[in-house]
Design a protein around this ligand. Structure first.
Ligand code: ATP
Ligand code: MG
Length: 716
C-alpha cells in the first residue's frame, strides 16, 4: 500500500509521532487532539513500512469496545485483516498470557476469573467462617485492601502487618482468601496483572520470548494506568521494546482506583531517552466549548500544562438548564433531543452523561414513556444479571469442579432440597480437609442424613450429565462458534434453569428469558483467541466484559452512561446532567483539593466529548437512593466563562444566590421566621427584590415568602 496515504490527513506534529524512528515515544496532548488516531496510524505505519506481520504488535486500549473499534479502523486502513494482532485491555491481554502459560504461572488448567460480585460473596463467607463480625469487616472494604495491595505490585502475603488485633485479623482473612482462590483456581482482576508481571520477571525465558515476538507495544489513555499495569508494561518491554504511549494528564480520572499520573515521569526515566510529542490542535469540539473547557481545567493546579486550540468555528453556545427536580431535568433532556432530531439530527448522536449510575433510572423512565429508544452503558451490566450469572456458574462448574464460587451459587438453584445446614456441613468438611466443596459433596454420604445425601447425589449426577452433554456438543462440531451457542442452550434447558425462570409468578420472567436467549446468541457469535478453548474463553470474556458492550441494538438509540465510561468517545450532542454540589463534584471527593481536581478533570472529560452541542443541567431537588436532596448548582458551573453559556428554564444561575461560598439562603437550608418559627427552604424563584422563597415550617404549614420582607434567619 502507499504509505504516504497514511499521513495525508495528519498535521505535522501528528505525523512526527506516527513516523518517529525507533525509540520510546510519549504523546502528551489534550482532548480531541488526535491521540487515538495517531496511535492507530502508528500501528498501520509500522506494519506498512517495515512490512511487519500483525502478530508483532501489541496494543492496549481502555475498553474492549475501544479495542474492537481500533482493530476495525486498522483493517480499513490496511485493507486486510489484522487477525493475529494483540489488542485489548490490560485485563484481557494478561488473561491471555496466563492461559498460555498456565503451568508456569502455577495456575490449574481451566482457572477462572473471580469477578467483583463473586469476590464479595467469597469474602463474606470467609469472614463468617473465621467467626469475625461481618459488620466490622464489610466485603467491599476487604476487597479494596486486596486491590490496593495488588495494584501497587505486592502479593497479599507480602503485606506487612503489625501485632494489633485489627491487623492480625486482616492477615487471617487475606490468607484464607488466598488459599481459597488458590484451591478453587480463581484469579481476581488485579491478580491477572500481578501474576503475569511476576511471571515475566521470574522467568526470563518467557519474557525473552515476547520481547523477540513483539516489536511494538502501544498504550492509549496512558494517564490512567496504575502501578501494576506500568510494571507489567515494563516487564514485558524489558530492554528490547520501546513503548509508544499516548495520554493526557488533564483527563486522569481514575486516581481513586489507583491510577498514577507519576507513570508519565517513570516512563521518561525508565525508557530514556523518550521522544515527547505534543499535539495542540483540537479537531473535535467547536471553539466555544473548547474555550470553556480550557478555562475550567485552568483552575487545576496540578497540571503538566499544555495548549489546545481549534481552527473550527465558535459554534453554538453551551446551554444551561436549571431544572426544578430530576424529573424536570429528564423531561428537558428528552425535549432537547427531540428538537435535535427535528432539526435533522438523530437519536444516535446524543449521549446523556451522569456522575452516578443511579441517575439513569429517571431518564430511562422518561425515554420509555416517550417511546424513544435508548441504551444504558454500564450500570447493571449484562453479564452481571442474576440469570446470566446462574447460567455461567453452571458452565464454570461443568468446566471445573473445584470452582467453589460457582458451586455455592447453583447447588440449590433451582431448589432441590439442599439447605443451609447441608451447605454448612460441606463448607466445614472442605475447610478441614482442604478440599473443594465439590469433593466434599462427593464424600458427603458419611456425614449427612439420607434426604440431604439424596439431594446432593442428584446434583452431582446432574453436573456430570451436563458436563458430558456440553463436551460432546463442543467436540461434535469442532470449534465452530455455533457449537458453543448450542451447548449453552442445551445446558440452560437440561439444568432446569429454563423452567425455573419460566415461573408465571416472576414478573421479570420475560426479560430473564430474553437475556438467556441473548446469551446464547452472544455465544454463537463468539470467536475465541486461537490458543483458548471456546468455552473457557467465553467465560473469561464474561468476567472481563468491562460494561462497555451490552446486548441489544445500538442503532437509533440515545446513549446513557457515566462520565467515566465516556472517556475517549465523542458525540455530536452531549448532555451533562446532575451538576450539583455533592453529586458533581461528588460528596466523597469534595473535601480534598486532590479529589476536587479529579472531579474537575472528569467534568473536563465530559465537556470535551462534544462535537457540536453541549447541554448542561442541574436540579434543585433530586430523589436519589430513595432520599430527597436539595442541592446547590455545582461550583464548576461558576467556573465556566459566562459568555460561553446561554441559560434556559424558569430559573437562572446567578453567582449571588448560588455561589457555594455565599451565605445566602439556600435550598435545603434551615431558617427561622419571627412568627412562623423554624423550617426548611424548599424552592426559590426570581432574584433580587423579587426573590421568593418557599419554606416548609415545622408547625406544618408551607409558605411562599418574599425574601426581602420576610427576614428569614439562617440557622445551623
Ligand atoms: P481523547 O483525548 O478524547 O481521547 P484524542 O486525542 O484521542 O481524544 P481522537 O479521538 O484521536 O483524539 O481525535 C478526535 C477527533 O478528531 C476524531 O474525530 C478524529 O478523527 C479527528 N481528527 C484527529 N486528527 C485529525 C486531523 N489531522 N484532521 C482531521 N480530523 C482529525
Ligand atoms: Mg483518545
Amino acid at each position: 500500500m502507499d504509505c504516504e496515504l497514511l499521513l495525508d490527513d495528519l498535521n505535522d506534529a501528528q505525523r512526527e509521532a506516527v513516523t518517529a524512528p525507533d525509540g520510546a515515544v510519549l504523546v502528551l496532548a489534550g482532548a480531541g487532539s488526535g491521540k487515538t488516531r495517531v496511535l492507530t496510524r502508528r500501528i498501520a505505519w509500522v506494519m506498512a513500512t517495515d512490512d511487519l506481520p500483525p502478530e508483532r504488535v501489541l496494543a492496549v486500549t481502555f475498553t474492549n469496545k475501544a479495542a474492537a473499534e481500533m482493530r476495525s479502523r486498522l483493517e480499513r486502513l490496511l485493507g486486510r485483516p489484522a487477525g493475529p494482532l494483540w489488542i485489548g485491555t490490560f485485563h484481557g491481554l494478561t488473561h491471555r498470557l496466563l492461559r498460555i502459560h498456565t503451568e508456569a504461572a502455577r495456575l490449574p488448567a481451566g482457572f477462572q476469573i473471580l469477578d467483583s460480585d463473586d469476590q464479595a460473596r467469597l469474602l463474606r463467607r470467609i469472614v463468617r467462617e473465621l467467626g469475625y463480625d461481618e459488620k466490622r469487616w464489610p466485603a467491599r472494604q476487604i476487597a479494596n485492601i486486596i486491590y490496593r495491595t495488588k495494584d501497587e505490585g505486592h502479593k497479599l502475603g507480602e503485606l506487612e502487618h503489625g501485632n494489633a488485633p485489627y491487623e492480625r485479623d486482616l492477615a487471617h482473612i487475606l490468607a484464607a482468601y488466598e488459599k481459597t482462590c488458590e484451591r478453587a483456581g480463581l484469579v481476581d482482576f488485579s491478580e491477572l496483572l500481578l501474576r503475569t508481571t511476576r511471571l515475566l520477571l521470574e522467568q526470563p525465558d518467557i519474557a525473552a520470548h515476547y520481547q523477540a515476538r513483539f516489536r511494538h507495544l502501544l498504550v492509549d489513555e496512558f494517564q490512567d494506568t496504575n502501578t501494576i499495569q506500568y510494571l507489567w508494561l515494563r516487564a514485558l518491554a524489558g530492554k528490547t521494546i520501546q513503548p509508544f504511549v499516548v495520554g493526557d494528564d488533564d483527563q486522569s480520572i481514575y486516581g481513586w482506583r489507583g491510577a498514577r499520573i507519576e507513570n508519565v515521569q517513570r516512563l521518561q526515566h525508565d525508557f530514556a531517552p523518550v521522544r515527547v510529542v505534543r499535539l495542540e490542535q483540537n479537531y473535535r469540539s467547536s471553539g466555544n466549548i473548547l474555550n470553556a473547557a480550557n478555562a475550567l481545567i485552568a483552575k487545576n493546579s496540578e497540571r503538566l500544562g499544555k495548549t489546545l486550540w481549534t481552527a473550527g468555528a465558535p459554534g453554538a453556545p453551551i446551554e444551561l438548564y436549571a431544572a426544578s427536580d430530576d424529573r424536570d431535568e429528564a423531561a428537558h433532556a428528552v425535549a432537547r433531543i427531540e428538537r435535535w432530531v427535528h432539526e435533522g439530527g438523530s437519536n444516535e448522536d446524543a449521549v446523556i452523561l451522569y456522575r452516578a449510575n443511579a441517575q439513569s433510572r429517571v431518564f430511562e423512565e422518561t425515554f420509555m414513556a416517550r417511546g424513544i429508544p435508548y441504551r444504558v452503558y454500564g450500570g447493571l451490566r449484562f453479564f452481571e444479571r442474576a440469570e446470566i450469572k446462574d447460567t455461567l456458574a453452571y458452565l464454570r462448574l461443568v468446566t471445573r469442579r473445584e470452582d467453589d464460587a460457582a458451586f455455592e451459587r447453583i447447588v440449590n438453584l433451582p431448589a432441590r432440597g439442599i439447605g443451609a445446614r447441608t451447605l454448612e456441613t460441606l463448607r466445614a468438611t472442605a475447610r478441614q480437609e482442604n478440599i473443594s466443596l465439590w469433593q466434599a459433596a462427593v464424600r458427603a454420604n458419611t456425614v449427612l442424613g439420607t434426604r440431604a445425601n439424596h439431594a446432593l447425589a442428584g446434583f452431582i449426577e446432574l453436573i456430570e450429565r451436563l458436563s458430558a452433554g456440553v463436551t460432546s456438543r463442543l467436540a461434535d462440531t469442532g470449534a465452530t462458534p455455533g457449537a458453543l451457542g448450542e451447548a449453552i442452550e442445551y445446558m440452560i434447558t437440561a439444568s432446569g434453569l429454563d423452567a425455573h425462570y419460566r415461573r408465571p409468578d416472576d414478573e421479570q420472567a420475560e426479560s430473564r428469558l430474553e437475556n438467556l436467549a441473548e446469551l446464547v446468541s452472544a455465544a454463537s457469535e463468539f470467536i475465541a483467541e486461537p490458543e483458548l478453548s471456546p468455552l473457557t474463553a467465553f467465560l473469561a470474556q464474561a468476567a472481563l466484559e468491562a460494561g462497555d458492550t451490552q446486548a441489544g441494538d445500538e442503532s437509533n438509540a440515545v446513549k446513557l452512561m457515566t462520565l467515566h465510561a465516556a472517556k475517549g468517545l465523542e458525540f455530536p450532542l452531549v448532555l451533562i446532567t446532575g451538576l450539583e454540589e455533592g453529586l458533581f463534584p461528588h460528596q466523597k471527593s469534595i473535601d480534598t483539593p486532590r479529589g476536587l481536581e479529579e472531579e474537575r478533570r472528569l467534568f473536563y472529560v465530559g465537556m470535551t466529548r462534544t462535537r457540536a452541542q453541549l447541554v448542561l443541567s442541574y436540579a434543585e431537588q433530586r430523589r436519589l437512593h430513595g432520599q430527597l436532596h436539595y442541592a446547590r448548582p455545582s461550583r464548576f458551573l461558576l467556573e465556566l466563562p459566562p459568555e460561553a453559556i446561554t441559560q434556559a428554564g424558569p430559573r437562572r444561575l446567578s453567582p449571588g444566590v448560588s455561589n457555594p461560598a455565599s451565605p445566602a439562603i439556600r435550598l435545603g437550608r434551615r431558617v427561622r421566621h419571627r412568627s412562623f418559627g423554624e423550617g426548611v427552604v424548599l424552592e426559590q424563584q426570581g432574584n433580587g427584590a423579587h426573590l421568593r422563597i418557599k419554606v416548609a415550617f415545622e408547625n406544618g404549614g408551607t409558605k411562599w415568602l418574599v425574601a426581602a420582607l420576610a427576614r428569614l434567619e439562617p440557622i445551623a
